[in-house]
Design a protein around this ligand. Structure first.
Ligand SMILES: [Zn+2]
Length: 294
């Protein structure tokens, strides 16, 4: 027997999953309470005992945040390609598509929040970790350009733990620039951009459109940052403070504007739009006419 043969398979440490497993009951990751699944869903997937926010998908955010849960989708027909011929990428895409029923890890379009017409986009952690490939970046950029053209406030919800999509290599990294440049135009047009960071938002997504909001909101306890805590710890060789890279820590250090419970999210966004003086009812073309008479 050769000396290098493994007698046992290597132990792989898996991260605790925070998605809600199937079944009637489930255990809260934070407080350990056994919760009735139906009750949790009615509570927007927030633990009834400790307030822990379970991850939810893009459809649920559309349902919770947009009036009547309605979105008029744009670019829904665009499809991701495999530009580098990366091994297994097509199979992984197909698997994610079948499992989530989505074509890509982002949904974008027009909708209303508290009566305000908005352009809305949301990434989905269930689709390859919400990572940003060429198409996700393109759809974010198109949503931003639509908001600029129609002079509608832009709301983006992120759940992108994967950062950039490694199967698309440099082509995905290049997409950090396009939404960022488009946001520059949006800002110069004086149209507000509100971003909602949810667990987790990391890496290239955080380093591009996720951190460029005029107002940056975050759900409680979300993991938010560029490099992950383990990488930082190994690089600097020091213990990190408790709560590092969680929403509350970032708020304390001035990186975000407000930590908002999922239950308050819609009302908070609507209030901010009120504050910016965005007309609740007017359609884009009516707003143009209003401006013409000013
Ligand atoms: Zn709990």
């Amino acid at each position: 027997m050769s000396w290098f043969r493994r007698t046992r398979p290597p132990r792989v440490r898996r991260q605790k999953k925070k998605e809600i497993p199937d079944g009637l009951w489930l255990k809260c990751d934070k407080c350990g309470e056994i919760i009735y699944r139906k009750e949790l869903l009615q509570n927007l997937s927030i633990c009834t005992k400790c307030g822990f926010h379970f991850r939810i998908n893009s459809r649920q955010y559309v349902e919770i945040l947009l009036d009547d849960g309605a979105i008029e989708e744009i670019d829904a027909d665009l499809a991701t390609t495999d530009p580098l011929g990366f091994p297994d990428y097509r199979a992984k895409l197909r698997e994610a598509q079948t499992r989530t029923g989505l074509r890509e890890g982002i949904t974008s379009g027009r909708g209303r929040i508290g009566g305000h017409p908005v352009v809305f986009a949301v990434t989905d952690f269930e689709f390859m970790g919400g990572s940003m490939g060429s198409l996700v970046g393109e759809k974010v950029a198109r949503a931003i350009r639509l908001a600029t053209q129609e002079r509608l406030p832009l709301i983006i919800v992120t759940a992108s733990g994967g950062g950039m999509r490694m199967q698309e290599g440099i082509l995905s990294l290049m997409q950090m620039a396009e939404p960022s440049a488009a946001l520059g135009d949006l800002g110069r047009s004086r149209i507000p951009y509100i971003v909602v960071l949810t667990d987790p938002t990391m890496a290239g997504v955080m380093a591009s459109f996720a951190s460029l909001g005029d107002v940056i909101l975050a759900e409680p306890g979300a993991l938010l940052g560029f490099a992950g805590p383990r990488v930082i710890q190994q690089t600097i060789g020091e213990e990190l403070p408790p709560g590092f890279q969680r929403s509350e820590f970032l708020l304390e250090h001035g990186m975000i504007d407000k930590v908002v419970s999922r239950k308050e999210l819609k009302a908070t966004i609507a209030n901010i739009l009120d504050f910016f003086g965005i007309d609740r009812r007017a359609e884009p073309h009516e707003r143009d006419e209003l401006r013409a008479t000013e």
